[in-house]
Design a protein around this ligand. Structure first.
Ligand SMILES: [Fe+2]
Length: 151
């Protein structure tokens, strides 16, 4: 469960609101896994929403970073591109399986939730928060240095 805190805030209201939507939906996925209420259909719907919303949100964030000539604009763009391609690959993998057993579905969902939500959290903390620095919402020394790694 990802809890919202100042440690993950960029200080830019429109970006933080969009990050909260992503976090809320990753938490919902985790909740469904833990409460054994996951189904093929609700997992498919949630994955598709998360993928489409991430795509839309990344576009808005990239516009904002470019507009302010932020030093992490290019790195941010490349990391987004990596994430969308990895997420798409996982989504295709999900759709390609025809004989999901309950056990396999829960296992797969837990692994994918972990990978995708951990990436998002790290990306927000190490990259997106620098947008807050560029917009004068955070001090550079409050934010860990950006990491060049994409994955
Ligand atoms: Fe980002």
């Amino acid at each position: 469960m990802i809890r919202w805190s100042d440690r993950i805030a960029t200080g830019v209201p429109k970006i933080d609101v969009q990050h909260k939507v992503l976090i809320r939906n990753f938490n919902l996925l985790e909740e469904r896994i833990n409460s054994r209420t996951l189904t093929y259909d609700n997992l498919k719907e949630l994955l598709l929403f998360l993928l489409k919303y991430a795509e839309w949100h990344f576009g808005r964030e990239e516009e904002c970073a470019a507009e302010h000539r932020c030093y992490i604009a290019e790195l941010n763009r490349r990391q987004h591109e990596w994430y969308i391609s990895r997420f798409t690959e996982l989504y295709e993998e999900f759709k390609a399986v025809e004989d999901w057993t309950e056990e396999r579905l829960y296992e797969w969902a837990a692994t994918v939730h972990k990978e995708l939500s951990e990436w998002l959290l790290k990306h927000v903390v190490r990259t997106d928060r620098h947008i807050g620095v560029c917009l004068g919402k955070l001090k550079r020394e409050e934010v860990p240095p950006p990491e060049e790694k994409l994955s």
